[in-house]
Ligand binder design. Structure first.
Ligand code: FO1
Length: 323
């Protein structure tokens, strides 16, 4: 069994590639929920939905989030209330774009949570409704929220990422709730043949998962069977603010910086061919280094990257691969 620790868009594309090279019965993914937010009274889990929609091939390919062929009538209809909304009211926010068909997912999740379902239960119902044939789990059933500290105060992850277009320098990042939240299923880390840290933001996508009690120690104990895929290529993130955040938080925005963050929990780092000249530097951080094409926007690369990644571990996912 292959356990994939996932964040947003890059992880979702990696998982879609993995489903092309192994039977989905071999896959379990645990997804970051530090990006989760409540808006319009709805419980929204962006990374879970990005993974679900991408693997279900329902994702909007340009945006990398939300559903394809989307309409925005509900969001447009909120505009009329802006002229009458009292000062200080948080009703009808329009900075976070929720498509009409995407809203159905948030209606369902919110209603089920209110009925007492766990986030894991309702996430499983939603992935089955979208025809996804392997388990997608939240990192915890309890709330863990990423708080992004800026010069003039803390904001939620989505306010940083969407409202501020992640265009402001970050002074620190805090995961609120990790002291009480429990990891969704510690056995998965113990029993997986291979654990993959997907190409996600090491700080705000993988960081919240690592910060949950007991997870870091469990991952360290499995270090030899853990492989990470660098989300940084040639010193830049392919999507989102990962490179800037690494710099702002004192890390090197290169595969060497990524290696320093992952060396305690992963024995192998997969990097792109453009960073082949940094293999020695990565291995000096104590990680084996595998060089391959990691640019998944090209057809077939997500599948080949997934295969190379899993095969770079001793157990190779517990799979007998065809010759
Ligand atoms: N990202 C944006 O840049 N702008 C948006 O308006 C936006 C809305 C949105 C709605 C639902 C959803 O599941 C994701 C959404 N995202 C949006 C992406 C979201 O910010 C994710 O957290 C990022 O992709 C980082 O993982």
């Amino acid at each position: 069994m292959i356990l994939v620790l996932a964040g947003g868009v890059g992880a979702a594309r990696f998982l879609a590639g993995l489903t092309q090279v192994v039977d989905s019965s071999e896959i379990v993914t645990i997804v970051n929920t530090g990006d989760d937010t409540e808006l319009h009274g709805l419980s929204i889990s962006p990374d879970i939905d990005t993974v679900t929609y991408t693997v279900a091939q329902a994702i909007d390919p340009e945006r990398g989030w939300g559903l394809r062929n989307e309409t925005w009538r509900a969001m447009e209809s909120l505009e009329r209330f802006e002229s009458v909304r009292p000062e200080g009211s948080r009703a009808a926010p329009r900075w976070f774009n929720l498509g009409d068909t995407d809203l159905a997912t948030h209606f369902y999740r919110t209603a089920r949570l209110r009925e007492g379902a766990t986030l894991a239960e309702v996430t499983d119902e939603i992935r089955r409704a979208f025809g996804v044939t392997f388990p997608i789990l939240p990192m915890s059933n309890q709330s863990v929220r990423t708080l992004v500290h800026l010069a003039d105060g803390p904001v939620s992850f989505q306010e940083y990422f969407v409202k501020l277009r992640h265009s402001v320098p970050v002074t620190s990042v805090e995961f609120v709730g990790t002291d009480t939240a429990t990891f969704v299923d510690p056995d998965l880390i113990r029993t997986a043949d291979t654990i993959v840290i997907a190409p996600s933001n090491p700080i705000v996508s993988i960081g919240p998962i690592r910060a949950i009690r007991g997870v870091e120690e469990s991952l360290r104990a499995r270090r030899d069977d853990i492989v990470a895929v660098s989300p940084i290529v040639a010193g830049a993130a392919l999507k989102g603010p990962a490179d800037r955040m690494l710099t702002e938080l004192g890390h090197e925005p290169t595969v060497v910086g990524v290696a320093r963050m992952y060396a305690p929990i992963a024995a192998t780092l997969v990097i792109d061919e453009q960073d082949a000249h940094l293999v020695d530097m990565v291995e000096r951080e104590g990680m084996r280094c595998v060089v391959t094409d990691t640019i998944m926007s090209k057809p077939g690369v997500a599948a080949s990257l997934a295969r190379t990644t899993v095969q770079s571990t001793p157990q190779q996912g517990g799979i007998t691969w065809p010759a």
